[in-house]
Structures are given as C-alpha cells and as structure tokens.
Design a protein. Structure first.
Length: 219
C-alpha cells in the first residue's frame, strides 16, 4: 500500500508544477470590503525551511542561507510599493512560529486556529496580518532521474481580538533548476533554490486581495 501511495504522490508532484491557491474550501473571510489603513498592522513572516535528505529525514536549513532574507526583502518592497510599509511592525516577534509548518500538508486546521498562533503578541483592536512561509526541497519519490522539487508555500491570516477573520493559502511548486541563478552570484553559491521570481509570485498572490481592500483613513 505504501508503494502505491508513493507512486501516486510522484505523479501528483510531477503533474503539479504550478502556482495556485490550495485549501480553498477552508478559506475564511469575515472582513468588510474596505479596511481602514490605520487599523492594520503587518507582522514579520515566520519561516519553516526544510530539505529532504536521501533517507527522507527532514533537516532544517539554516536561515543564514538567505532565502528568508530574500522573501522579507521582496515582501517589504511590495508593502512600500502599495504604501503599506508604515504599517509594518517588525518589532512584534513571530519567531515562536518558525519551523511550525508541516511540509506539504496544506489541509490542516492548525493553519486557521488561533490557539496555534497565540504565542504571538497580537496588538489588540487592530487587524494583525501574519504570513507563515514554508520553503522546501524534496526528491521526487521513486523518480530514477533524481529530480528535485522546490516549493514555496504561504498562508496568510488576519487576527483581531483573538479571532481569525481571514485565511488563504497559496503554493508554488516547480522543478529545481540552478540555471535560474547567474554563475558566481551569492544566491547560487549559498542556496541554489527559490529564485526571486518564484518568491515574488507567492508574495503578489497571497497579498493581492488584502491590498485591494485596505483604504486610507478619511480626513
């Protein structure tokens, strides 16, 4: 039975080199069509970074390898572009959520359960926007070509007064290709996965709906 499951998992991964929203049936949206800019706080994303070793044990990759830094840079650049950077509150720690994402397990109630996130000191009375990011590299099961697949998965929640009012999950999966990184670049040397265009697509899709709904305060 395990062999059969692994076989179908291989087919699934090989056929899903894509960017898409997942877990749609569990989306939450209790927000009004327009949210006042002054009532929004944007927190630092949390990260789970994994690599699947040959014996299928997962090992955390060190944050110093740069991709979380790149995600943060692309994320804050998007906030600046959309005039939201002043709403970014990096001093509120979200590190208690690091390494808490389950690799490729998208359908989990923990993602939209406040108790899982209660270690974060959300600011009362505000819409607290939090992104949880999983970045992983995994060999394709039973694939003799030794192909690897890189995934950047991210869910967004918005918490206000201990209630999760919003939840969406976006996933990016594609085959690893070092050719996406110029020779001699620091990215290629330290961490030849998750090129910027993949991260940019995740950031753009996971925040697009929210950005449209945030409006400046009326004077």
């Amino acid at each position: 039975m395990r062999v059969i499951l692994l076989f179908f998992l291989t087919i699934f991964i090989s056929s899903c080199l894509s960017y898409r929203f997942v877990d749609k049936e569990n989306n939450i949206d209790k927000l009004s069509p327009q949210i006042n800019l002054d009532s929004v706080i944007i927190l630092n994303p949390a990260y789970t970074i994994r690599y699947s070793s040959p014996n299928n044990d997962f090992n955390y990759l060190m944050v110093q390898n740069g991709r979380p830094d790149s995600f943060n840079k692309i994320f804050t650049k998007s906030l600046f572009k959309n005039q939201l950077l002043s709403n970014f509150y990096p001093k509120i720690s979200t590190s208690c959520m690091d390494n808490k994402m389950v690799f490729n397990k998208w359908l989990t109630e923990d993602n939209y359960n406040f108790k899982k996130h209660s270690c974060i000191k959300f600011k009362e009375g505000y819409y607290n926007v939090f992104l949880n990011v999983s970045m992983g590299v995994k060999d394709a099961e039973m694939d003799i070509s030794d192909r690897e697949y890189e995934s950047v998965n991210c869910y967004i929640i918005i918490v206000k007064n201990k209630d999760i009012l919003y939840y969406k999950y976006f996933a990016s999966i594609r085959q690893v290709k070092k050719s996406r990184f110029p020779k001699g670049s620091k990215d290629r040397k330290d961490y030849p996965y998750f090129a910027n265009d993949q991260i940019e697509r995740v950031v753009k899709n996971i925040t697009a709906d929210l950005i449209k709904r945030i409006v400046p305060a009326k004077k």
